[in-house]
Design a protein around this ligand. Structure first.
Ligand code: SF4
Length: 92
C-alpha cells in the first residue's frame, strides 16, 4: 500500500506500526508497505472471513483494484502480495 494509506490507518487508530513491514521500493521506484502476516495471512483478516478494513473507507486501494481473476490472484500470492489469498473460498 501507499505510505499515505498506511499513515491514514495509523492516524485512525485502526492500525499500529506493527501491522506493517518496514516498506520497500518496488521495480518502478515507488515506495510501498506490505501488511504484517499472522497465522492465516494478512493482519487485517477477520477471524471468520473478510477484511476488517472493508467498511472503514481505509482499505488499501490495491486490495479493491486487484486481483481481477484467479490467475492474477495466484501470481500476486506467489509474489507475496496477497496475504489473504489462502483464505478465499470462491477461488479454490
Ligand atoms: S483485503 Fe486482504 S490483503 Fe487487503 S487489507 Fe484486507 S485482509 Fe489485508
Amino acid at each position: 500500500m501507499w505510505p499515505a494509506e498506511r499513515d491514514a490507518l495509523l492516524a485512525s487508530g485502526l492500525a499500529q506500526p506493527i501491522d506493517f513491514d518496514d516498506g520497500y521500493e518496488d521495480d518502478e521506484g515507488d515506495f510501498l508497505f506490505r501488511t504484517s502476516l499472522g497465522s492465516r495471512g494478512c493482519t487485517f483478516l477477520e477471524s471468520t472471513r473478510g477484511c476488517r478494513l472493508h467498511t472503514t473507507g481505509l482499505k488499501p486501494a490495491v486490495c479493491s483494484a486487484v486481483p481481477r481473476e484467479k490467475r492474477e490472484a495466484d501470481e500476486m500470492y506467489a509474489d507475496r502480495m496477497l496475504p489473504c489469498r489462502s483464505e478465499w473460498r470462491a477461488f479454490p
